[in-house]
Design a protein around this ligand. Structure first.
Ligand SMILES: Cc1cc2nc3c(=O)[nH]c(=O)nc-3n(C[C@H](O)[C@H](O)[C@H](O)COP(=O)(O)OP(=O)(O)OC[C@H]3O[C@@H](n4cnc5c(N)ncnc54)[C@H](O)[C@@H]3O)c2cc1C
Length: 808
């Protein structure tokens, strides 16, 4: 062991070893992995070793596919077998709804270039003869599944990394981490101190404790998990070669071939937590006694689905721990305010995800950017609220118990809610609000007129759509008020605020009293934000962005902040308000202010301080609905009063409270994109159409060179279009493939029913040659092929006359 390395990776499980290997792939060879005990001594040694590419997040799914594809290379480089079995795997459908859902998953897999296909119950039994097909509707077979030997795979990563120059130091616990004045880390270990430029926390079951060493609390907790391994099963032993893995979604179990028998694992509905603060330092290669009472309900279903197992002996029980996060995805990347500390933990599917994590971390350290849109596993996607013990227990238990439970797109899950509420919550609830959750905040989805209304969980359009339609109609004909507490706001002030923002934002900065749409790019010319920037004074700006990016965006801004001359403050919780839009919105605002709100006095994209009712407000003339509208923002302690005053002034004008669902319908009628759907980190200005807000000629700004290169290169490979879909009972949502015959020509980014224009609408990226030729397209909506066409113009108010108030 040396006393100095460029990077020290803490933890020798499959994730840490993959990170180490990927660092060497990026040419970093002055790197060491420090392991407390022996490699795999955490969760990895007892993992069942199964892998698959499925993930609800398509970007993570792509990284899982990358992980699976990399194993042969790591085996070859290291000379160490990972015990790879590319057996394929099937998911069983035990209900008609699940069967429908699997059909849509099939189309989703086709969009990911996976050759999956459907099986009849009989075909499933032919492949896995111990399945009892009673009650089965069919199965989905995915060839990109299998299993491996977790120990062999981990050793293979470590061996390949060693061959490329990395060091692996075992039996050496990291005791503490301290940031030196030089900006380097002093890593105190049992075998002596090390200085390192970067440290990576890949400490698995201990990752929360290692995070605490640098003052970070990561939202992850260990939970025990069971599987059993049987003695020989004659029908399985008779199969030459591999047998496909089976996931019985309605049965909460998974099964794979293990020697001449099988391994049967359970995701029980009654999970438990263990050592929420992290495993004890001396926790060894230890298994827990089996807890049969807790898992028996699901295990019994497993024995019914695979009845032959009732007569076969159990050779081994494994009840071991691994870590969960609130959404089940890992925690990866840099943490705001802690330089050169990298998270690579919270990974509950290490066999499927280790290479994706390693690739992202290595790229991030080498280039300052993960190279892919990895938001779904970015440590920055959670806020401080997520580490609260009660919240973390509730959400991780919910994720665990629902691992195989079917999720409906319109389903609202209860764990950890309500957590954050605005001062208007009770009043909105009384007004019929049904809520969704955004970064812990309760956000109205729609307002049900009758207290007894219950929305049905469905893959198609729900019974709430007529209510959404009424909210849309109110906005188009009168006015709607939408709570905008779920916008993040940042104040940028100081003598150098203008120069700093001018460099960070790709748009031209607005004059005092004006708002601009502000794309923000990284150095590679990819999007880092679709903000709006409002200039309140010469040296005072407000940025508005997505509520759930309140760790992610500040991390970016702080990384660019100069030592003096500019302050950047998150004021999201200090200011809230309502967006009032629709033809009557001016009259409503006019009743609450003496300011001139006429079109001449307060034009489109203006921003003003004015009294609104009893509050001093900041009002922007901007809306996401395509109508004349105002965003009225007040100090949070006036938010509730503002709601009263708006409702009182608005009632004679037909003002209605509206929620997120109406906004989606309204914005799609205008073809407006939003962050995480149409605008993402892996898209560029030209693809998204945001290039029209980029001030290419303004001089230097972050991403300018790349953006100019893109502009000069001509048309991008894909671009954003608005589609009309021939669908009457379900709408596209996201990630559905778009096809012409067998050619995949694009994918959907968001969809909704446009209530006013009476169309099923979808925003989508299409290959540019296709986008220009306007052919007939096929979109698979919940697995069913639907004809779709590009709309030649935006279906609602294409010239923007209503938004700009040019209709009079
Ligand atoms: C029963 C069971 C079955 C599973 N089956 C599957 C499966 O089929 N497929 C799948 O993808 N996943 C499965 N998993 C999950 C899988 O085991 C984990 O996702 C994976 O092992 C996580 O790897 P890791 O490297 O992040 O963490 P770990 O394997 O926990 O590695 C962390 C390492 O860090 C070391 N360490 C900690 N603190 C320090 C310190 N201070 N100094 C030095 N070293 C330190 C530890 O000793 C440990 O070796 C299963 C888990 C269980 C419990």
């Amino acid at each position: 062991m040396k006393d100095q390395y460029q990077v020290v990776v803490i933890g020798g499980g499959i994730v840490g070893c993959s990170v180490l290997y990927h660092l060497t792939l990026r040419g970093m060879t002055d790197v060491a992995l420090i392991e407390r005990e022996e490699l795999t001594a955490g969760s990895t040694w007892h993992a069942a070793g199964g892998f698959h590419a499925m993930n609800a997040d398509t970007r993570i799914a792509a990284l899982q596919k990358y992980t699976i594809g990399l194993y042969p290379q790591v085996e070859q480089e290291s000379g160490q077998s990972a015990g790879l079995h590319m057996s394929g795997g099937m998911e069983l459908a035990g209900s008609p709804e699940r069967w429908h859902w699997l059909k849509s998953e099939l189309q989703w897999l086709r969009t990911q270039d996976t050759d999956a296909y459907l099986l009849t119950p009989g075909e499933a039994v032919e492949l896995v003869p111990i399945i009892d097909p009673t009650g089965l509707y069919g199965a989905l077979f995915d060839p990109l599944e299998g299993n491996l030997d977790p120990n062999g795979a981990t050793q293979a990563y470590a061996g390949a990394a060693r061959k490329r120059g990395a060091e692996v130091i075992q039996h050496n616990r990291v005791l503490s981490l301290a940031l030196e004045p030089s900006g380097e880390w002093r890593v105190e270990t049992e075998q002596g101190d090390i200085t390192a430029e970067h440290v990576v926390n890949a400490a698995g079951l201990w990752a929360r404790k290692v995070g605490n060493m640098v003052g970070v609390d990561h939202p992850l907790v260990p939970m025990p998990h069971h599987y059993l391994v049987t003695a020989e099963v004659p029908q399985v032993a008779a199969i030459e070669g591999d047998m496909p893995a089976v996931t019985d979604l309605e049965g909460f179990t998974y099964l794979q071939k293990e020697g001449r028998g099988v391994l049967l694992g359970v995701y029980e509905q009654n999970p438990r937590h263990w050592k929420v603060e992290g495993a004890d330092w001396d926790f060894g290669r230890t298994l827990f006694p089996e807890e049969l009472d807790r898992i028996m309900p699901e295990l019994s279903i497993g024995f019914r689905r695979f009845p032959v197992l009732q007569d076969i002996g159990i050779r081994r029980w494994v009840n071991g721990a691994f870590t969960f996060t609130p959404d089940g995805n890992p925690i990866v990347g840099p943490v705001d305010g802690i330089p050169n500390y990298w998270a690579a933990c919270g990974c509950m599917a290490g066999i499927s995800q280790c290479a994706g994590i390693g690739l992202a971390v290595a790229n991030w350290i080498a280039d300052g950017d993960p190279g892919y849109d990895v938001f779904g596993m970015d440590v920055g996607r959670f806020g401080p609220y997520a580490t609260n013990d009660r919240y973390l227990r509730a959400t991780t238990a919910q994720f665990y118990a629902r691992r195989f439970v079917m999720a409906y797109p319109n389903e609202e899950l209860p764990a950890g809610r309500p957590l954050k509420t605005t001062p208007c919550y009770d009043e909105l609830l009384d007004a019929g609000a049904r809520f969704t959750v955004n970064w812990g905040l309760e956000v109205p989805l729609y307002f049900a007129p009758s207290p007894g209304f219950e929305e049905n969980d469905t893959l198609g359009r729900s019974n709430a759509e007529p209510i959404v339609g009424e909210e849309v109609a109110a906005v188009r004909t009168a006015a709607g008020a939408y709570e905008i507490a779920q916008y993040a706001r940042y104040e940028v002030r100081g003598p150098d605020a203008e120069a700093w923002l001018d460099r960070l934002l790709a748009c031209r900065l607005p004059a005092v009293g004006a708002i601009r749409l502000a794309p923000m790019l990284n150095e590679a010319g990819r999007l880092m934000g679709d903000l709006t920037v409002a200039r309140l004074d010469d040296d005072r700006f407000w940025l508005t962005g997505s509520y759930y990016l309140q760790e992610w965006h500040p991390r970016w801004f702080h990384s660019k902040l100069p030592a003096s001359g500019v302050t950047f403050t998150n004021i999201t919780d200090d200011y809230m308000g309502f967006s009032v839009s629709g033809p009557a919105s001016r009259a409503i605002l006019g009743e609450l202010t003496h300011d001139d709100v006429s079109s001449e006095g307060f034009g489109f994209l203006g921003v003003r301080r004015m009294d609104v009712g009893t509050a001093r407000a900041v009002v922007g003339r901007i809306s996401l609905t395509g109508e004349l509208g105002y965003e009225i923002v007040v100090p949070s302690n006036r938010h509730r009063t503002l709601l009263h005053e708006l409702r009182e002034a608005g009632a004679p004008h037909g003002l209605r409270l509206i929620g997120d669902r109406a906004i989606d319908s309204l914005r799609l009628e205008k073809g407006y994109g939003i962050w995480s759907s149409e605008f993402r980190q892996d898209y560029t200005p030209a693809m998204t159409g945001l290039d029209r807000f980029v001030a290419f000629d303004k001089g230097n700004f972050v991403g300018a060179d790349a953006a100019r290169r893109e502009r000069d290169a001509g048309a991008p490979a894909q671009r954003l279009v608005l589609l009309e879909v021939d669908a009457t009972d379900a709408d596209a949502s996201a990630d559905e493939g778009i096809w012409i015959g067998d050619r995949r020509v694009g994918f959907v980014t968001s969809g909704a029913y446009g209530h006013h224009v009476d169309m099923s609408l979808a925003l989508a990226y299409l290959d540019t040659d296709v986008a220009e030729s306007s052919p007939e397209l096929t979109v698979f909506v919940v697995g069913e092929p639907r004809t779709a066409r590009i709309l030649p113009e935006i279906p609602y108010d294409p010239k923007g006359a209503r938004l700009r108030d040019l209709t009079a």
